[in-house]
Design a protein around this ligand. Structure first.
Ligand code: FPP
Length: 241
C-alpha cells in the first residue's frame, strides 16, 4: 500500500459530538485532542512524514468568547501535557498560521513545543492555528513583493515555486490526501494552494470518534484512486507546460 507522505485533516464535528451527549462544546474539543493523539500515533506507525491539522481558523474568532477562551486554554494544556510524549515518538511540532495574533500564553507554549521538538526525526506535525488559506496567500504575496522592492527578485521570477516557498509550508511536499471528518464537503479556507491536487476524503464520523481504522480506510481509498494530475493514464507527459 502506498502511504501518502503528507496528510491534511479538517477535524470537524467536535461540537456536534458534545451536543449529542448533552455535554458542553468544550468537552467535544477535549475529546478531539484525544482523537488527534490517536491519529498522530497511527501516522507515525504508518510512516507518514507530514500531518497538517486545522486546529483553529482565522474565522474561529467569531465564536462566542467563552468557546474561544476554552480552545486557547485547551491548546496550552494539551501542549504542556503532550510535548514530552510526542517527542518520545520522534514528532516535530510546527505551527502554521499567524502566531502573533494568539494570546501570549498560547504563543509561548507553541514556541516552546517547537523548540523542544525541533531536532526530532519523525513525523512533522503542522498545527494550523489562527490559520487561513487566503491570509497565507496574501502574506506570501507580501513577502515576495518586499523582496522585489529590495531588488532581490525580479517580478518575472514570481512563479509557482516562488509562491510555494513563501508559504508556511515552504520546503514540505503538498498533501496528497485531505481528510475532513463529520460529513461537510468544504475546504473552509484550509491549505488553498497546497491542496490543489489533494485527494479529498470526507468521512461521516465526528472527529472525537475518529480512530486509526478510519485513517486506514482513507489511505486504502486513496490507493484505489487514480491520480493523474490533469494528464492521461498510460500516456507519457510529453506535452509542453
Ligand atoms: C471543529 O469542530 C473543530 C475545531 C474548531 C477545533 C479543533 C480543535 C481540536 C481538535 C483540539 C484543539 C487542538 C489542539 C492542537 C490542542 P466544531 O466545533 O466546528 O464542531 P461542529 O461543527 O460540530 O460544531
Amino acid at each position: 500500500m502506498r502511504i501518502p507522505r503528507h496528510i491534511a485533516i479538517i477535524m470537524d464535528g467536535n461540537g456536534r459530538w458534545a451536543a449529542s451527549r448533552g455535554l458542553p462544546r468544550v468537552a467535544g474539543h477535549r475529546a478531539g485532542v484525544e482523537a488527534l493523539k490517536r491519529v498522530v500515533r497511527a501516522c507515525g506507525t504508518l510512516g507518514v512524514r507530514y500531518l497538517t491539522v486545522y486546529a483553529f481558523s482565522t474565522e474561529n474568532w467569531r465564536r462566542p468568547r467563552p468557546e474561544v477562551d476554552a480552545l486557547m486554554r485547551l491548546l496550552v494544556e494539551a501542549l504542556r501535557r503532550e510535548v514530552a510524549g510526542l517527542s518520545a515518538q520522534g514528532v516535530r511540532v510546527n505551527s502554521i498560521g499567524e502566531a502573533e495574533g494568539l494570546p501570549p500564553l498560547a504563543r509561548r507554549e507553541l514556541e516552546r513545543a517547537q523548540a523542544v521538538t525541533a531536532g526530532n526525526p519523525g513525523l512533522m506535525l503542522n498545527l494550523a492555528i489562527n490559520y487561513g488559506g487566503r491570509r497565507e496567500l496574501a502574506r506570501a504575496a507580501r513577502l515576495l513583493a518586499a523582496r522585489v522592492r529590495a531588488g532581490e527578485l525580479e517580478p518575472e521570477e514570481v512563479d509557482e515555486a516562488a509562491m510555494a516557498g513563501a508559504l508556511y509550508t515552504a520546503g514540505q511536499p503538498d498533501p496528497e490526501l485531505l481528510i475532513r471528518s463529520s460529513g461537510e464537503n468544504r475546504l473552509s479556507n484550509f491549505l488553498l494552494w497546497q491542496a490543489a491536487y489533494s485527494e479529498l476524503w470526507i468521512s461521516p464520523v465526528l472527529w472525537p470518534d475518529f480512530r486509526e481504522e478510519h485513517l486506514l480506510q482513507a489511505v486504502r481509498e486513496f490507493n484505489a484512486r487514480e491520480r493523474r494530475f490533469g494528464g492521461l493514464k498510460d500516456h507519457p507527459a510529453d506535452g509542453r507546460a
